[in-house]
Design a protein around this ligand. Sequence first.
Ligand code: HEC
Length: 150
Amino acid sequence: MYFKFFIVFSINFYLFIYSTSANNNLSNYEIVNFAIPLSLTSLEGDPDNGRNIVISREGNCLACHIVPNISDKFQGNIGPSLAGVGNRYTIGELRLRLVDPYVISPTTLMPAFYKNKGLIRVDEKYIGKSILTAQQIEDVISWLITLKIN
Ligand code: HEC
């Protein structure tokens, strides 16, 4: 149990230290029925870029999730597999899950990727910054929504 917490803490710490894309001017958004229905940006998401963010260190999602059709041997199982998330959620629900999952589940181990306040144990350099930019969030969502199981 302690070991698992140590791993999760290390991953979060790593995410905050190494996120090169951190930014501090966050867009405003409205939460409606556990979803953020409107895009954070005016540009459409780019699914190819989204996939790259998910499987690279930028998102570091593989640390906790199994992602379909990726050959990386080191995929985590702290979170559920992302296979079929495109069936399970709407775009707006996926957006809230990435932006601020604590709204849905205050004790979740899933990091908030677009939040810069109310976080704990943030390295000084990253105080006031989010892990991903608004456009990166939209890119990731546009790829996640394609993960459907027929
Ligand atoms: C530190 C571990 C961790 C990291 C890193 C992480 N997640 Fe998660 N994620 C979780 C956990 C745990 C859950 C389960 C949510 C809960 O606690 O209710 C989850 C849930 C989700 C869900 C909802 C899945 C479902 O079937 O309900 C999505 C979508 C998701 N994560 C996407 C991502 C993406 C995309 C990234 C990378 C940008 C990411 N996660 C990074 C731990 C993580």
